[in-house]
Design a protein around this ligand. Sequence first.
Ligand code: HEM
Length: 468
Amino acid sequence: MVELFGLAFAILFISLSLITIRLRRRHQKYPPGPRRLPLIGNLLDMPSKEGWVTYKKWSDQSGFDIAHVDVMGSHIIILNSAKAANELLEKRSSIYSDRPQFTAFQLFLLDFPSMGLGFNHGMLPYGERWRRLRRAFHTHFDATTSKEYRPLEMQAVQRLLRNLLESPDNFSQHLKHMTGQVILSIAYGINVRPEGDPYVAVAETVLEAVSVVSSNPWAMLLDMMPWLLNMPSWFPGASVKHEASKWLPVVDSMIDNPHAEVKAALAAGTATPSVAAKMILQLHENSTEEEIWTTKAIPGFVYLVGADTVQRKAQAEIDSVTGGSRLPDFSDMASFPYVDAVIKEVLRWHPVAPLGIPHRVMEDDMYEEHLIPAGSTILPNIWGMMHDSVLFPEPDRFYPERWLVPDPPPSPQVVFGYGRRICQGRFVAREIIWAGIVNVLASFEIKPVKDNPPKEMYTSGIVSQEAW
Ligand code: HEM
């Protein structure tokens, strides 16, 4: 009898709490956004290309620095100002550090011990497994350890210069090759072949797979209707699942093959220093299955990101900063204020990840009397913030001098994201970008394309790179 009474009380308490939450929500306004339609909400307002431009316009029109859309019941909050992003993603990062779980992407994220893209902790939900992987990654890529990779970066830059001299028209290919070379040598001690390298080819295939699957028009609907996954492949929308599973063996080979090569080299005594070699050597008899798995996961992530990181082109001409008698190196870093300004402008002008990587808020929250419901996807509009005409007059103009005034705008550090999920490769990435840009500028004159200029400048995915 007492138990029944307790149960009835618990049900009453939960019901009252739910009603209170609903009533409270009804009285609380979401941030402004385009008008919602019944059932589908703002589905038709969602831009298919360069979303960052449209999202910025929404805030320009409403005069409020964050925007809200509801896509079939899923809330998306776009942060269009540095102030809002800093307030929510930095100051309140204890509740804003989760990631939304995109169903299409999860098709690659098979659970441990299978690999798939499960090694990619950048997409994992906030929690213990993400925390362990982030800690392991940090030991190899903190500010101090990142400096150990400078000789590898310089070797790759010198090769880039030779390649550019031989065939300047293939510059995009050469830049990709350079980042592939740096990353594979850091992660596995592998020396990439000048042309047609199988490791670079596999990484590019995996990136293509991620882009094909995530840009599939059904991918977003899958997030709203995950039951589509249980439908046969002929059912509209269900084909994404079959498309994704086709790629899984390639993803697995991307992780397994270089790892096996390092193990073999260690056994033969021919291994060169690398993150993978260091991690494998730290294993011992009592290492857990997860520790063994992590020796694949960390270098695997570096491998994937590296294939993705394409240098932006400076459109400024500067004289060789060394008087033309030698190539610059890291010891010159403090002596090039103009080059630093060029790099800041490159990062600002077209951020590599214009909308960052989405975060997810774990609890209901308020921003200036507007409700941000728990579970909302949070998109920091980094491109929008970097094109704020108050902070950056004539924002579309590539103008390094804006950083050289006595009171310069805030550093474009936010292109690497926020709070507890901030990019862990930022120290290495900055050094690679610096070495690449300073050496190219010292050796070549970069001119705009005259014949057949590209119609579309940049792709519209999470990572936005040259579209040609
Ligand atoms: C120009 C180069 C790069 C840019 C602009 C960049 C930018 C970003 C951004 C915006 C995020 C999301 C941060 C957030 O959620 O707020 C991120 C995450 C991450 N990046 Fe980078 N990144 C770059 C290169 C690299 C490199 C070379 C590595 C590896 C060596 C790397 C490793 C990571 C990792 C591990 C995460 C996930 C962090 C987490 O979710 O806990 N990044 N990056």
